[in-house]
Design a protein around this ligand. Structure first.
Ligand code: FMN
Length: 451
């Protein structure tokens, strides 16, 4: 058993309904005001006071579901529409905070890598090295159609695309500017040293990028790299490239298997097992007594939107409409969620399993209900399974995080399971002890490669 401080990220999205659908209707749901930048600035400061390691923004570039079908349910539920671009928001948060890590999700289809690399270097400068990138390949047909593709590119091909995409950014971040290239030499009259700045001449299947990178190196050069793939190709991609991997494992034992497997693959790619940190997604219902916690859990359940959870899981009929909550699960026609439907139905033996059961199961799947001590015990079980951090999923903003900070973090701190102060320096330095990527990472081979 290990006890060292775990890392804590606040998992959020610049929208009203991210994961726990229906909760925006609660009177204390501050996420309704997601368009107001002050909602996010106040939350970032609260998290920083509580010494959270990071604030992690999810993002999408289109609607869920079949892009040809009716999308009323998503709009009605506030389900990731309307939503705003986290890249822009992070600039505001960077100047409102000093220590917390700021992670954004960006999909390889939504931005050209030259431009994206420039945006992230700029954010890394603004934040003094606190930016992270969650690399995703997209899950939406509509998102693909917003960028001129006929549909979502096939899964394995998306990861090949992502490999080229990250390669371009690594060349720009690591190889285009040598250390010491920026001179600011007023007397000598040279702003930068041309002998230390290089074009990258990338020519690949999808991209042709000459360079040089326009920004000078930012404190971390490459932002901290996050990833959440769980398929075979997703895991290989993570093992090669990621420094942090997000999982939503149903049990600590399953988390242990996933972690062991990805770390084993990382070693095959010449990295160390500890070069990747694993974050498990969990949400918490906290009470001073167990009875109070259970009563609160019941109250959250009253707000569960069956339509919202189903639509997010793409459990909709051919016309894009959600099923009536009373529909028997056996009457649901779904290609994408078959395993999930079967596993929920299997656990209900005393009556006909219905569609509402699917939503309730989803809403409970990452949930821990209890007193701060009970929650700390459960978090410790995740650490014992090899997890390095927790991605705290919220019900309401800022309440879910304020409560976690006030009630659970002090118990975790007393057990040595949460940090009491920030370490100095950039986000990567805080997490791994160095400002830039270590020499085992595939991006490191571009250092000095274009001289
Ligand atoms: C905690 C977590 C957060 C994720 N956030 C996003 C996101 O913001 N945007 C997105 O398009 N996909 C997101 N995903 C989906 C992953 O990028 C990935 O597509 C998914 O985990 C399936 O893995 P696979 O692509 O290897 O099959 C997330 C997944 C997890 C587990």
């Amino acid at each position: 058993m290990t006890t060292r401080p775990l890392h804590f990220n606040a998992f959020v999205m610049n929208t009203a309904s991210h994961i726990h659908h229906g909760q925006w209707r609660r009177p204390d749901a501050g996420q309704v005001e997601f368009n107001d930048v002050n909602t996010w600035i106040a939350l970032a400061r609260l998290l920083e006071d509580a010494k959270f390691d990071g604030m992690f923004f999810a993002d999408v570039s289109g609607l869920y579901g079949d892009s040809d079908a009716d999308f009323d349910v998503y709009v009605r539920e506030g389900l990731q529409i309307p939503s705003n671009d986290p890249t822009v928001l992070l600039g505001a948060l960077a100047v409102s905070t000093t220590n917390i890590g700021l992670a954004l999700t960006s999909n390889v289809a939504q931005n050209h890598p030259f431009n994206f690399a420039r945006q992230l270097s700029t954010l890394d400068h603004i934040s003094n090295g606190r930016v992270a990138w969650n690399i995703v390949t997209g899950v939406q047909d509509n998102g693909a159609r917003n960028f001129g593709l006929p549909r979502l590119t096939d899964h394995a091909e998306r990861y090949r695309w992502a490999e080229e995409y990250v390669d371009v950014t690594f060349k720009l971040w690591e190889g285009s500017w040598d250390d010491g290239a920026l001179l600011k030499d007023r007397e000598g009259g040279s702003f930068s040293d041309p002998s230390k700045i290089h074009k990258i001449f990338h020519v690949g299947e999808r991209y042709s990028v000459e360079g040089p990178h326009l920004p000078s190196p930012s404190p971390q050069r490459t932002p901290v790299l996050y990833q959440a793939g769980s398929s075979e190709s997703g895991r290989r991609f993570a093992a090669r490239n990621a420094e942090a991997v997000f999982i939503i494992a149903p049990t600590p034992a399953i988390a242990r298997d996933q972690i062991t497997e990805t770390r084993r693959l990382a070693v095959e790619f010449g990295r160390n097992p500890g070069d990747i940190k694993f974050f498990q997604g969990l949400s918490f219902v906290i009470g001073d007594t167990e009875e109070e916690a259970l009563a609160k859990a019941e109250e959250y359940e009253e707000y569960v939107s069956v339509d919202g959870y189903l639509a997010h899981s793409a459990i909709v009929d051919k016309a894009g409409r959600v099923y009536d909550p009373e529909t028997p699960i056996r009457d649901v026609d779904s290609n994408t969620a078959k395993g999930f439907l079967e596993s929920v139905a299997k656990h209900i033996t005393d009556r006909e399993p219905i569609v509402r059961d699917l939503a309730i199961t989803r809403s409970r799947s990452t949930r821990i209900v209890g007193t701060p001590e009970q929650i700390a015990d459960r978090i410790q079980e995740w650490q014992d399974a090899g997890v390095d951090g927790i991605n705290v999923i919220n019900w309401v903003l800022p309440g879910s995080f304020a409560e976690f900070a006030d009630k659970v973090l002090p118990v975790l701190r007393a057990r040595g399971l949460a940090q009491t102060e920030y370490a100095e320096g950039t986000l990567r330095k805080k997490l791994f002890g160095t400002d830039t990527l270590n020499e085992r990472h595939p991006a490191a081979r571009y250092r000095g490669a274009f001289a």
